[in-house]
Ligand binder design. Sequence first.
Ligand SMILES: [Zn+2]
Length: 247
Amino acid sequence: MPEFEPVSEHIARLELPWRIFDLVNAPVSVWLVRGEGGYTLIDTGPPETADLMVAAVARATGGQGPQRVLLTHGHYDHAGGLEALRVAWNPALLCHREEVPFVTGEVDYRQLKPHSFTFWIGRFFLARNDWGLPVARDLEGGQAADGMAVIHLPGHTPGQIGFLHPQDRAMICGDAVMNLKGRLSPPAAFATPDPETARASIRRLGELDYAHLLPSHGPPILDRGREALLAFLGQAQAEEETLTGQW
Ligand SMILES: [Zn+2]
């Protein structure tokens, strides 16, 4: 049984198993944030593990469940537990303004304009979202949600957001960067319609102040999260320069 494990004073992490195309293991994290007004859940995992997720949330909250769910973005492996949460506790659902139509089912991610060949192909393999749930409130960059700052991190999806928890000095960054095989990487190309904007979002993460970097895929980077991100940005920059030099 997967359980929430504390990562900082107010934030706990639950890692759920997930397989892309039934092939690649890409476990995904959901976050439980304890605040003055009760519990906030950030992301919900894929539909396949919704029961495990709801059971873990019930144990971690003493049965009361989350009062609200914030979505970093509406991809299958982040929003797939929404229906199960609605049945269990019917929490309010919040996401970025530009992500709303994907969550309510008005628009499909496959309809996004591809800026890369990989996404042009990859989009046909994206799992379809079929929950179509109402969104209680939409968020924007610069707003606050439960004491956390909402940071707009577009590119991977138009309305991807991260949450900066100033008290815990933690940055919950969704898929803006991933931490796979011990190194940071940009979001998966096959699921990222606009890689250039996604790179700008990684640079944005480099401008913020935090100690812990908490990505959705891969382990959290505690204490030296910002340093790791800046090192990755430096590396990426050097690689880009070498490439431009070659051409
Ligand atoms: Zn994603």
